[in-house]
Design a protein around this ligand. Structure first.
Ligand code: GDP
Ligand code: MG
Length: 671
């Protein structure tokens, strides 16, 4: 028999950190809610007969959100051996709300008081024994982040699993309430008597329609249950759902009064609160957000980033010289030499040259996320998004999308409202992903060497277009409607762990390198082929090649944007394969014959092809136009329909086309 330990808790209380610690896996630890939507299983280290399941974070067992449904179904239908209820000990009032419900499930519960390091740092004291007595379940203090207490927790959980002693529900109800709930419990038919009768009774009392549908009881019985509920509602002059919520909080407040000694008097502000009073201040929040993001992109694109790229450039230059010599010695044909040096090393190498910037960018972004600032960013954006009817919940996919739009688009899964979800899927690709970065860095360095605002401005154009699109689209029938409230807890600020930051960064850098080695590689070979041959497969100069033919066919389309030449038009097209391929295409075009174009060649090439106005228009087009085919695939699978996928891609490309044209026209006048 396998013992199953289910990790259950609020979003952001440390479930995944603990899961990784217990199973030795590498799941994504995100410092915002909604990161874990599906459940994940893993074997407990050193316990081959014991499985740990990481469940999505939830605030209650009501069936309103996808996370709640996934977690609740798992608990009720798959009946794990033990629930490890992880709570953020620095925020017990909120976290225990779920605990009171878990204790009604007739599954053994062990309470893991996580973040004890934070509690200690705050100078608070929790009377563990007393809490355990009050809640009638085992309580173990831990700190998942450094592993403190986890051994003890596992011992306790396994012992509890062996005993199979279930918890009693807590005496949360007043006498009037208890009479009604117990009355409903007695009316439940016998087949339900083996399990969860108390839980079912409370759910029916609350008018949980999912449960009421599932138990299929006769109308007569249902009428009698309704009468019991009504009696209580009349007596307390409140609706049943609020009655239960109040009962739970009342019980928690009373319990905690005797178990917790807080250092701060109520009303006093913690360090986190003090930082928040500035960072989320109505007037300062946006300027601070703007400044931080500007600084991050400025440092990654314009300063440290370009320094490190020059180093990479030398390495690749030396590498391709070496390769050329080697191939000359081996008598390799000039065509193959050109393919290897100009096509593959030139194309892929140009993209890999941006690894330092990507690394620096994600060190910063991971730091901001893990210290807790990005949760504030979502909160701040909630205010802006609310103006046009989206919630801050839509900003979370966009935060994820700064790495890659694909996981960003998949993160929209947690948005319940169908219309809002569609809109978020459409707008998430506007936020620059890591693949677009090389294009921005290259263009900023080539055409705007002394304009520090150009690189960072792309991030803000992304946000501006999300907001503008939201305002416009929310007024149209397919998207109009109420927005669900967005409740999100702010994790206390903390110094991020070096390991967490490096791991996040590595995840991003790894997939960037992987893409360079696969899809960018394939695109480079294709581009090299198209620019080396004509349609009768004769080796020709680039201007007579197939690539030139295709480019010339497309070029007229981009005249209003100022880049109506065959090279730029073709490069824009390769962006649909992968945005990095735009850079590799320019690199291949800049090189010629058997030569990998050096960075200086590439810069000169771009300077000859673009004016500042058309270059900025090209950047805008790259930022906003239909994302790469991988992201379009993600849009298709999340939208569940081709119609919506075409609409999304058409909208994105249309916006990109129009804005790029406006920018070029206005920019040319100013110039
Ligand atoms: P989940 O949403 O419940 O899966 O939570 P995560 O495991 O993703 O963790 C959320 C945040 O809490 C991350 O920033 C973790 O680094 C942090 N965290 C987790 N456990 C602890 C802990 O014991 N102490 C502190 N200070 N932070 C923790
Ligand atoms: Mg998680």
């Amino acid at each position: 028999m396998i013992t199953v330990l289910a990790l259950v808790g609020n979003p952001n209380c440390g479930k995944t950190t603990m899961f990784n610690n217990l199973t030795g896996s590498d799941q994504y630890v995100g410092n915002w809610p909604g990161v874990t939507v599906a459940k994940k299983g893993g074997m407990l280290l050193n316990h081959p007969d014991c499985e740990v399941v990481d469940l999505p974070g939830i605030y209650s067992l009501s069936p309103y959100t996808l996370e709640e449904v996934v977690t609740r179904d798992f608990l009720v239908y798959e009946h794990p051996s033990v629930i490890i209820n992880i709570v953020d000990a620095s925020n017990l009032e909120r976290n225990l709300y779920l605990t009171t419900q878990l204790l009604e499930l007739e599954i053994p519960v062990v309470l893991a008081l996580n973040m004890m390091d934070v509690v200690e740092a705050n100078g608070d004291e929790i009377d563990i024994e007393r809490l355990s007595r009050e809640l009638k379940c085992m309580v173990v203090p831990i700190a998942a982040i450094n592993g403190y207490g986890l051994g003890e927790l596992i011992n306790v959980a396994l012992a509890v699993a062996k005993e199979k002693s279930t918890n009693q529900g807590l005496p949360i109800f007043s006498d009037t309430e208890e009479i009604s709930v117990r009355g409903i419990e007695r009316l439940l038919p016998d087949r339900e008597s083996t399990q969860l009768k108390r839980w079912l009774a409370i759910k029916i009392f609350e008018r949980d329609n999912k449960v009421i549908e599932q138990i299929k009881i006769s109308n007569n019985l249902l009428e009698r249950m309704n009468a019991l509920r009504r009696r209580c509602e009349v007596a307390e002059d409140d609706d049943a759902e609020s009655i239960v919520i109040n009962a739970r909080y009342r019980y928690i407040t009373n319990t905690l009064r005797s178990c917790i000694k807080k250092k701060l008097k109520t009303g006093e502000l913690s360090a986190s609160d003090k930082i928040d009073s500035i960072v989320t201040n109505r007037l300062l929040a946006f300027p601070i957000f703007f400044f931080i993001m500007w600084a991050v992109y400025y440092i990654a694109i314009q300063t440290l980033g370009s320094m490190s790229v020059n180093g990479m450039e030398k390495i690749f230059g030396t590498f391709s010289d070496y390769l050329t010599q080697l191939m000359e010695l081996g008598g390799v044909s000039l065509t193959i030499q050109s393919l290897v040096v100009n096509g593959v090393v030139g194309g892929v190498g140009a993209v890999l040259g941006f690894v330092p910037q990507i690394t620096i960018l994600f060190v910063f972004l991971s730091f901001l996320e893990d210290c807790g600032y990005m949760s504030r960013a979502a909160f701040i954006m909630d205010r802006a998004f609310r103006q046009f009817g989206l919630s801050g919940k839509s900003f979370i996919p966009m935060l994820v999308g700064t790495g890659c739009s694909v996981p960003g688009i998949m993160a929209t899964m947690t948005i319940e409202n169908e219309k809002d979800r569609r809109l978020t899927i459409m707008l998430t690709p506007f936020i620059p992903c890591s693949a677009k970065m090389p294009v921005f860095v290259l263009f900023a360095a080539s055409l705007f060497p002394d304009k520090s605002w150009v690189g960072p401005s792309m991030y803000f154009w992304g946000i501006i277009m999300v907001v503008v699109s939201g305002i416009i689209l929310k007024r149209t029938a397919p998207f109009a409607g109420e927005t669900a409230p967005f409740v999100m807890e702010m994790p206390a600020y903390h110094m991020p762990g070096l390991k967490t930051v490096l791991k996040h960064t590595w995840e991003q850098v790894k997939s960037f390198i992987l893409k360079a080695g696969t899809i960018v590689f394939a695109a480079s070979v294709l581009v090299w082929f198209l620019q080396s041959f004509n349609t009768s497969l004769d080796l020709v100069s680039p201007t007579e090649s197939m690539l030139a033919n295709i480019g010339q066919f497309l070029a007229p389309v981009f005249v209003p944007q100022g880049f109506g030449n065959w090279q730029a038009a073709f490069a824009a097209l390769t962006g649909f394969l992968a945005k990095e391929a735009i850079v590799s295409t320019f690199a291949i075009l800049a090189g010629s014959g058997g030569d990998a174009g050096s960075k200086a060649d590439l810069v000169l090439k771009l300077q000859s092809m673009f004016t500042p106005a058309s270059a900025y228009a090209f950047m805008i087009f790259t930022l906003l136009a239909a994302p790469c085919c991988a992201a379009v695939g993600a849009i298709r699978s999340e939208m569940g329909s081709w119609k919506w996928t075409f609409f999304a891609v058409g909208y994105q490309t249309g916006v990109a086309y129009i804005l790029a044209a406006i920018i070029y026209q206005v920019g040319s006048i100013i110039q």
